[in-house]
Design a protein around this ligand. Structure first.
Ligand code: GTP
Ligand code: MN
Ligand code: MN
Length: 372
């Protein structure tokens, strides 16, 4: 038998926003390893390293076939020495010793558990670990002062760490639509985030709300929230008001990545219906009548809707790469509100995502292919 093995050499563009990345990942073992290193870097406050690992993982997610040899990766961007070493280990022995050690590390496990509490960030988790708090039990026993978000996060820990399914997302959507329709007839509710990209599960459900008549959406969030609250749908909410003013941003102060929309981080009390999402909800006490679900609401004026839609559909890395492309390759500044062209010293209008990609000189990538 003659061994003439054809090994494809992969090549892919360097920005994630130039690539089509579906949920069909042929290199999950490799990307899981790199994503874990990214997560660890982010949990350790090393954001730069985190982005490097995220970019490496994203480059592999875009490949059409499983990688079997390192020599196939000559044309794949964003693979630094560290990432290549991990890839080599996984290809040769099925696992990376560094990644396996990380999975077992007490500090990493503690960071995951503690930041898994809604409202607890990297700094707080790091401080608690420094005080010897590594588990939820130790946290409950030692009783550090918790803010309102963290108390809700701890109370609903199990629910909020159970993935939200599509049927549950649809049930939340029905509630949000009823709320919006009731407080502002004609308001439009759009599912954004991971579910818009076609994911089957998410850590939360994200919605963008607008009204076809500019200005009618102003002040909508407080009304929406009080309707939801009065109907018993909210376990927790924190609302931020809109602070975006185009004139104030101006060319001199380009819109930052932090967006200024009316925004609400919430925890919904979602009634459990027969035949939906009940798996895992049972347990000792039999099926519960409701579960807690994280929900993000964003309100945008219709004039900014396309930018908000593009900016909130994700993935996070895809968004980051779009902004990097805009800045480095186009001399433009992209935010969830607007696109500013520094060469022409003016804002570029758009009423669809397609127009924004065109302004950026990019081929249009639909949401289902933004899973970088
Ligand atoms: P899962 O919820 O884990 O399924 O994934 P997801 O992609 O939906 O992530 P998430 O809900 O965290 O965020 C959804 C999108 O909103 C992502 O593209 C983020 O980049 C974007 N996003 C989240 N927070 C902010 C923010 O404060 N400002 C802006 N502009 N975008 C944000
Ligand atoms: Mn989400
Ligand atoms: Mn979200």
């Amino acid at each position: 038998l003659q061994q003439t093995e054809e090994v494809e050499v992969f090549s892919t563009p360097s920005y994630a926003c130039q690539r089509r990345t579906t949920l069909d990942n042929h290199n999950a073992v490799l990307t899981d390893a790199l994503s874990l290193l990214a997560e660890n870097a982010e949990l350790s406050g090393e954001d730069g390293r985190g982005v490097a690992f995220r970019r490496a993982a994203a480059a592999l997610k875009a490949l059409p076939l499983p990688v079997t040899r390192l020599t196939q990766l000559g044309g794949v961007p964003c693979l630094g020495g560290h990432s290549l070493r991990v890839i080599k280990d996984v290809l040769e022995s099925g696992a990376s010793p560094e990644v396996e050690a990380l999975r077992r590390s007490e500090r990493f496990k503690a960071l995951k558990v503690l930041t898994g509490i809604f409202g607890v960030g990297v700094k707080t988790a790091g401080r608690w670990i420094g005080e010897g708090i590594l588990t939820l039990r130790q946290l409950r026993d030692s009783g550090p002062t918790l803010n309102r978000a963290q108390r809700a996060g701890l109370r609903h820990y199990d629910d909020l760490n159970r993935p939200v399914g599509r049927a549950e997302a649809a049930a939340v959507a029905a509630v949000v639509e009823a709320a919006a329709g009731s407080v502002l007839p004609g308001a439009r509710v759009t599912l954004i985030g991971g579910f818009r990209r076609g994911k089957q599960t998410g850590h939360d459900v994200d919605f963008l709300i607008t009204h076809p008549e500019e200005g009618r959406e102003a002040g909508l969030m407080p009304k929406l929230v009080s309707w939801l609250d009065s109907q018993g749908f909210l376990l927790y909410q924190k609302t931020n008001s809109n602070s975006y003013l185009e004139a104030a941003e101006g060319p001199a102060r380009p819109a930052s990545n932090m967006d200024r929309f009316e925004r609400c981080f919430s925890v919904f009390k979602l009634p459990e219906e027969a035949g939906r999402g009940g798996a895992g909800a049972g347990g000792e006490g039999g099926p519960r009548p409701w579960r807690a679900v994280r929900v993000d609401l964003v309100v945008s004026p219709v004039s900014q809707f396309a930018f908000a839609l593009l900016g909130w559909t994700g993935s996070k890395l895809f968004e980051r790469e779009l902004r990097r492309w805009a800045g480095h390759e186009m001399n433009m500044c992209l935010s969830s509100h607007a696109l500013y062209d520094h060469r022409q010293s003016r804002y570029l209008r758009a009423s669809s995502e397609e127009e924004i990609f065109a302004h950026l000189g990019l081929e249009y990538i639909p949401p289902s292919e933004r899973n970088a």
